[in-house]
Design a binder for this molecule. Structure first.
Ligand SMILES: Cc1ncc(COP(=O)(O)O)c(C=O)c1O
Length: 386
């Protein structure tokens, strides 16, 4: 019997997680204590990257990436419309001019063919960077994107907020974990409760570039440093220097105490999500009115979201909600949101993304979703789409 509402995503907090947070609350440090470095080291190791910087949320991470890359007003950058608006906003905070590129109809990620067409249609140097989003947990082929980026002189900030632990096999046959820094200059993650790792609010950036890492840390803490190697003058042990106009984008130790626990369960969470996706796929196989996710054989999907497409999306959304299944739409098209429409974006500009938006619905997907709940969701979907 299903009695409780079923959300599209939710956190999983154990008694051990709570104990870890409480222990930090009893400690000497509520912020800037030992948990931060412990998590940064563990997450860098998990992603196989050299450096990790923890921050207060994923949006702050995107903004920091823009600051570290010295994005200036009027710099042109490209991203996808199928994302949360923060992917674009982080760069808008620095005054960047955002171009939205259409998506691939199978992966729902930025379409590399359309991207190259856009880049080739303007003089070399027009665009400064690209922000691919590993939407739903599907990792971009970052090696292929890197080739395009190098041809046109772009940096890459990969928004992997949906995809910690996802990987793809590159064209050389090597396995590439999201955030390993091999192809992307910076990779950004979010630890919002619906994501794989929950810290309340929280985020991280990984990079292999020591200069960028240094700038990320500088901008995270008011643009200040106490590092004797970086100081231009040094009045004594107390001295700090503000070298850039930075922000306070730090995360607290008690949040990160939770994150450390959650990171230990990331692989379990990923395999649960893949099991649930398989259960949905099997249940919907052969139903013509439901398009299930198409995943290439050389991809490990992180399944932050499980998205289907149906003809009558509103009908299905309303029916599921009436039955306490809180399916969600990801996302309201970024280029047609009123803020971005002021720059001239209009219906018809990105037909593949717009068609996807008309039909998409994210079904409940989180590791503690029980088999009974999955079957309830399946039954309700099948009641509408026969
Ligand atoms: C793709 C994507 N990028 C960025 C963000 C922003 O992350 P946060 O909510 O941690 O600021 C989100 C969060 O929803 C997201 O889904």
């Amino acid at each position: 019997m299903i009695t409780k509402p079923i959300p599209y995503g939710r956190q999983y907090i154990t008694e051990e997680d709570i104990a870890a947070v409480v222990m930090t609350l009893h400690s000497d440090y509520l912020t800037q204590g030992p948990c931060i470095k412990e998590f940064e080291d563990a997450f860098a190791q998990y992603c196989q990257s050299k450096y990790c910087t923890l921050v207060s949320n994923g949006t702050a991470a995107l903004h920091l990436a823009a600051l570290a890359l010295d994005v200036k007003p009027g710099d042109k950058i490209i991203t996808t419309p199928i994302t949360f608006v923060a992917s674009a906003n982080g760069f808008r905070f620095c005054g960047a001019d955002i171009t939205f590129c259409d998506i691939d109809p199978e992966t729902y990620l930025i379409d590399l063919i359309q991207l190259e067409k856009t880049l080739a249609s303007v003089p070399q140097g027009t665009y400064k960077g690209v922000v691919p989003v590993d939407f739903a947990g599907y990792p971009i082929y970052a090696d292929r994107l890197r080739k395009i980026a190098d041809k046109y002189g772009l940096w890459i900030v990969e928004d992997a907020c949906h995809a910690p632990g996802a990987w793809f096999i590159d064209d050389k046959g090597e396995k590439n974990l999201c955030g390993n820094g091999k192809y992307s200059d910076i990779t950004v993650f979010s630890f919002h409760p619906v994501k794989h790792i929950a810290t309340g609010e929280g985020g991280a950036l990984t990079t292999n570039n020591p200069k960028l890492y240094q700038r990320l840390n500088l901008f995270r803490t008011h643009g200040t440093t106490k590092d004797p190697k970086l100081l231009k003058q040094n009045d004594g042990g107390w001295y700090y220097e503000m070298q850039e106009l930075g922000y306070n984008y730090r995360i607290t130790d008690f949040q990160v105490a939770l994150g450390i626990q959650q990171l230990k369960r990331l692989d379990w969470s990923l395999s649960r999500r893949n099991e649930i996706a398989k259960h949905y796929n099997d249940a919907f196989a052969g139903i013509e009115g439901i398009k299930t996710p198409v995943v290439a054989g050389n991809i490990f999907h992180a399944y932050h979201l499980y998205v289907i497409q149906v003809d009558d999306r509103k009908g299905l959304y309303d029916y599921l909600h009436a039955n306490n299944v809180f399916a969600q739409v990801h996302y309201v098209l970024a280029h047609l949101i009123s803020y971005y429409k002021q720059f001239g974006w209009k219906q018809g500009d990105l037909p593949v993304a717009e068609n996807y938006y008309d039909h998409c619905l994210s079904l409940p997907m989180y590791p503690t979703l029980t088999e009974e709940e999955q079957d309830f969701v399946i039954e309700k979907v099948k009641a509408v789409v026969k």
